[in-house]
Design a protein around this ligand. Structure first.
Ligand code: C5P
Length: 236
């Protein structure tokens, strides 16, 4: 049976006060928090430090994409931040990925770099419109293999990609999956979803979950429910 994946709360909220109250409400049960572009651009590195000081591991979801030198320099600028994961786009190419992986290994040894493959908002038509002729599936596999072969330690993927990527990549590569909806919760704009238990069975190492926890009247209860569902597979 696969290991129990850790839950990462996507802290997509309107302001810092709301973020603080959610963090307080979830307490020690929550180990990981994802800070995305919206929050990072608004609240900056000080907020990342504040979240880390409150005892959480921070996944900084900046999806970096630029020329190799600029990406490496961007990592250099982030090297002192207390983060545990950072995203970049696999389509930045092999040199950018290699240089980032090498820099991180040397100067950010506690940071897991994660590659984003094809954004889940893109379908076949969108890919064609930017001149990519492969199918979405093929492009996801190609970019995930490229990232892993370039030394990137993890991949962000949709739940439905888990079973295709797990056998393709070394076991050490971590798979981080948004698009998770506990049974009975609202799907919102997520279309290709799985429950936490299904994602565990498909080989996810981390589950990124936002609205099912954020929108719950009692976020700690929602988190408990998810963690119970994940643990039940072990006990049952
Ligand atoms: O609220 P919800 O659980 O849908 O949040 C999922 C989080 O994961 C959001 O921060 C969203 O931006 C992010 N994400 C996603 N799908 C991807 C990549 C990231 O939903 N393919």
């Amino acid at each position: 049976m696969n290991m129990v994946p850790s839950v990462i709360l996507a802290l997509d909220v309107e302001d810092k006060d709301r973020a603080r109250s959610i963090l307080q409400a979830t307490g020690d049960k929550l180990e990981w928090v994802k800070i995305g572009l919206q929050t990072y651009l608004r609240d900056g590195p000080d907020f990342v430090r504040e979240v880390a000081d409150s005892g959480k591991n921070v996944f900084l979801d900046l999806k970096l994409y630029d020329i190799p030198n600029t990406m490496e320099k961007a990592l250099e600028s982030l090297a002192d931040l207390p983060i545990g994961m950072l995203t970049l786009h696999a389509s930045a190419g092999p040199e950018a990925l290699r240089r980032c992986a090498q820099f991180a290994e040397k100067s950010m040894p506690d940071v897991l770099l994660l590659a984003v493959t094809v954004l889940t908002s893109m379908d076949q038509e969108t890919l064609s419109s930017i001149g990519v002729d492969s199918s979405v599936d093929k492009q996801v596999n190609r970019l995930a293999s490229l990232a892993s072969g370039s030394g990137i330690g993890g991949i962000v993927c949709s739940p439905l990609e888990l079973s295709k990527l797990r056998p393709l990549l070394p076991q050490s590569v971590k798979l981080v999956t948004p698009g998770i909806r506990p049974s009975g919760s609202q799907t919102g704009d997520q279309k290709r979803i799985m429950t936490p238990a299904e994602a565990r069975q498909a080989g996810a190492d981390y589950l990124v979950i936002g609205r099912p926890i954020l929108a719950h009247e009692k976020p700690a209860v929602a988190l408990d429910g998810i963690q119970n569902e994940l643990n039940q597979l072990t006990n049952g």
